[in-house]
Write a protein that binds this ligand. Sequence first.
Ligand SMILES: Cc1ncc(COP(=O)(O)O)c(C=O)c1O
Length: 317
Amino acid sequence: MMEENKWFPDVEKIWFNGKLVKWEEAQIHVLSHGVAYGSGVFEGLRCYNTIDGPRTFRVKEHIERWRDSAKQIRMTIPYSDEELIEAINNTIIENKLESCYIRPLAFFGYHSLGVHPLDCPVDVVIATWPWENYLGAETIEKGVSCCFSPWIRVHSQMVPSAAKATGLYIGSMLARVDAKDKGFDEALMLDGLGNVAEACTENIFVVKDGVIATPGLDSSILPGITRKSIIELARDLGYTVEVRSIARGEVYSANEIFLTGSAAEIKPVREVDAREIGAGKPGPITKHLISEFSEIVKGENSKYSKWLDPVTKMSIQ
Ligand SMILES: Cc1ncc(COP(=O)(O)O)c(C=O)c1O
């Protein structure tokens, strides 16, 4: 049975195993390995409508992380980088989108249902859709409310936690549901040693006395591409950025906190566990970074045009 496209009626096509197909026709078998075991790897990136037209943000880095994630779960994505970038561009163009969210996904497909996946085909999907204001439009002005989750971020000795693997998101899912149940917008997760790791789907930065700090890869975080961009941008702007372990107490006593992610972009945090952060509204460093970042993604800062790639029609579908 074809699934009607209820959620994104304006988006017509999905790239599925090498072809652009109708949204409703991108179908898999229910017993696919990736459905049964969460054995997939994915990406999330944005296309911005800049002053020079639609541009993807750091697409090559996203493809590289996608491939790194795949390698960590013993998967090979059966397309070249050029083919994947072409597929992304063609999907955006075919759907007549100027700014959108892009979701590349690869998973072990239908073959056998043993846990060993290496005889399964690898199914590859690229979907695009308009996705403004993740975590809510009002949170840019007002800030996000967070709580620490009772669920800890998966440790890299359990599973490769730096991989953006679908199965790992059960942790993020449970943490987000728990936060929402308690009336918060988002959850923060500690790592296996009790240090701060990240939010459910964003990295975290804390600011104290003008110094910006963010956890390192040894805190079981996803190596966020927005995180990497903000570290570079903040240092270029003259801020000190420390990449180090962060204790839970530092979060409560921070002057400012913000979250970064491709979907959320930069979101100020106004409270954590009912403690006001700074003045309970976006602080000056957070606002400065949001304003600089928004110029970059509009294509208005030529220093960072290296982060933006044109979306041009290519021959491969
Ligand atoms: C668990 C997790 N951490 C951090 C991030 C932020 O990463 P990026 O900035 O590359 O989107 C994401 C989103 O992809 C995520 O899912």
